[in-house]
Design a protein around this ligand. Structure first.
Ligand code: KG4
Ligand code: ZN
Length: 351
């Protein structure tokens, strides 16, 4: 079965073809037009998607060595995301499905991230045998959920303010780094000392004197942002420049240590032995290593997406469509975008 997936919820235009559960192509164009604004400008994003969607889709079909007529199903992100951006991909995909007489599957973007660690595992084997804990960390979301075999989700924690990716991007902006700053901080942190300065870790064992943090799986990163801002204001430009890798490593560790502590304690409190992490921040090498170490220590199996499947991509959209079909879901038509669909803790971030 050949499934075409389309993703356009934020600032990546992507199309992918999944052939019998394996990714045959995954073409991604990351929009550069937002760099000067320090965040995604919704109108610019929609226009870029509009400009690229046809050629990206053509490329994905060609790279998969098939023709459009050999497609069996078309799937696209229906939300959450920037409404104009989602609409470009969704309307295009539905129009194409209609023209080719193919079934269409609308996909929830966050749900697709959740299953991204299982891309290429083959149709019907897209998750561990039992429930797993999902940590979904992107520019717009920070969610801890229990995912059951029947694809039902119980969200047990979410951010009360900024998402983890936002914490990287906004503190990075304070350091003068380009948007998105997450990957840049990741790179700088490799050369830095994470113990250089201790930034606060909200709602964790290190921030609470009572036990009120136990079984609280929510996150808060806005205090970290303020703390970085006020601390940086007290430093000279020379000091900031000299210690940039150390500051990056300290910020990264403040974010990563919270994500790891909460994820492991969620798994322990539910007696669940599988953890899967997903979303743009799951590409972070510090998070991948710290989570792997903590899982090893606690007898937990960790599922990580390939780095290319951490950030937004259409292979995860096609894969979730395959998962849904393998579990008996019927194709449908979806005429509405759902910019704040289910998992959304708020709107996608904007500039
Ligand atoms: O999932 P994604 O591509 O888009 C959203 O749905 O938001 O995530 C983008 C976010 C950005 O905040 C970006 O800075 C962050 O993921 N990110 C990273 C890394 N790569 C991407 N954060 C930390 N380390 C990375 N290596
Ligand atoms: Zn995403």
């Amino acid at each position: 079965m050949n499934i075409l997936g389309i993703e356009s919820s934020c600032d990546e235009t992507s199309a992918a073809v999944l052939c019998d559960g394996q990714v045959c192509s995954n073409v991604i164009s990351s929009q550069r037009c937002h760099a000067a604004f320090g965040g995604v400008v919704p109108e610019l994003a929609s226009r870029e998607h509009e400009r690229l969607i046809v050629s990206i889709t053509d490329d994905a079909v060609t790279e998969a060595n098939i023709t459009k007529n050999e497609l069996d199903v078309i799937a696209a992100t229906a939300g959450p995301g920037l409404i104009g951006a989602v609409m470009v991909g969704l309307c295009f995909a539905q129009g194409m499905a209609y023209a080719l007489g193919l079934p269409f599957i609308p996909v929830n973007h966050i749900e697709a991230h959740i299953f991204s660690p299982f891309i290429n595992e083959g149709a019907g084997h897209h998750s561990p045998d039992n429930s797993f804990i999902s940590l979904t960390v992107s520019g717009g979301h920070t969610l801890l959920s229990v995912v059951a075999q029947d694809l039902s989700y119980e969200v047990i924690g979410r951010t009360l303010d900024d998402a983890a990716g936002e914490a990287f991007d906004k503190t990075g902006k304070m350091l003068g780094l380009p948007y998105p700053a997450g990957p840049v901080i990741d790179k700088l942190a490799e050369q830095g000392d994470p113990a250089f300065h201790k930034f606060p870790r909200a709602l964790t064992s290190q921030s609470q004197t009572s036990k009120s943090y136990l079984n609280n799986f929510d996150f808060s990163f806005s205090g970290l942002k303020t703390s970085v801002l006020t601390w940086l204001q007290k430093q000279t430009p020379e000091f900031r420049e000299l210690h940039l890798p150390d500051i990056a490593a300290s910020i990264q560790w403040a974010i990563v240590s919270v994500l790891v502590e909460k994820t492991i304690s969620a798994a322990q409190s539910r007696g669940i032995k599988s953890v899967a992490i997903a979303g743009g921040v799951s590409a972070n090498s510090g998070l991948r290593k710290a989570m792997q170490d903590a899982c090893n220590k606690n007898g937990i199996t960790l599922y990580l997406p390939g780095k290319i499947y951490s950030t937004d991509n259409a292979a995860m959209i096609a894969t979730l469509a395959a998962v849904k079909l393998s579990r008996g879901m019927k194709a449908e038509r979806c005429y509405n975008v759902a910019p704040y669909a289910s998992f959304a803790a708020g709107a996608h971030r904007k500039a």
